[in-house]
Design a protein around this ligand. Structure first.
Ligand SMILES: [Zn+2]
Length: 216
């Protein structure tokens, strides 16, 4: 170990794959997965492990913009009809803080779009997650609707609520009444998110190039 006072050494614990995706994002501000976000075959294995890995990397090292862009990828896929599969669910719940927005997103998915979660997957989920689902399901059975908690009558309404404001999934700090603490910052974030969505829409019409066959 070099003990140079001007040098700070840090150890970064990640995979070569995630590190490569991170560097790609750093230089281009684009997340290049091997399957496009609008992939119709719903095969999570092509993109979700990478996306989840990047998201967790961003949380661990507090790279806010990467975390937001990765979250936006989940939202974009969801907007296109994708529903989370069980292995992605188990990966989310076991890797993140229970108050992370992606965990809240997973709760909304299970409540409204994943009716048949298997016993094996339930067994992998933490007690706090299962408890939240139980409480929300009980509220729904009692018709105690709560749009804030995505306890709603039908999946269509839940979809609208999830996609109503993408910034609600970015971890922006809120006040007691639910409004944002830094509205100007959130406004800028919303504009950047809109730009990203427009770019994806344009790419969807054109030719998709994965990280492997794309010229940098
Ligand atoms: Zn935001």
């Amino acid at each position: 170990m070099i003990s140079d006072p001007n040098t700070t050494e840090i150890a970064i614990d990640t995979t070569v794959r995630i590190w490569g995706l991170f560097l790609g994002w750093l230089y281009t501000h684009e997340i290049r997965l091997d399957a496009p976000l609008w992939d119709k075959d719903q095969d999570d294995s092509k993109s979700m492990p990478d996306l989840l890995g990047l998201y967790m990397f961003a949380c661990q090292f507090e790279v806010f913009e990467l975390r937001r862009d990765a979250m936006n990828c989940f939202l974009y896929r969801f907007g296109g009809g994708w529903v989370m599969n069980e292995s992605t669910l188990a990966g989310i719940e076991n890797g993140l803080h229970h108050q992370d927005p992606l965990v809240a997103f997973a709760v909304a998915m299970v409540l409204n779009f994943m009716p048949g979660v298997s016993y094996d997957t339930w067994a992998k989920l933490g007690p706090r997650f299962s408890h939240t689902i139980n409480v929300c399901n009980k509220a729904r059975a009692e018709k105690a609707w709560s749009e804030k908690d995505f306890v709603v009558e039908d999946a269509g309404r839940a979809r609208d609520l999830v996609l109503r404001d993408w910034c609600q999934w970015h971890g922006h700090r809120t006040k007691g009444d639910g409004t944002y603490e830094q509205p100007r910052l959130v406004e800028v974030c919303g504009e950047e998110t809109d730009t990203l969505r427009s770019m994806w829409k344009a790419e969807k019409k054109g030719k998709w190039l994965s990280s492997e066959n794309r010229e940098v």
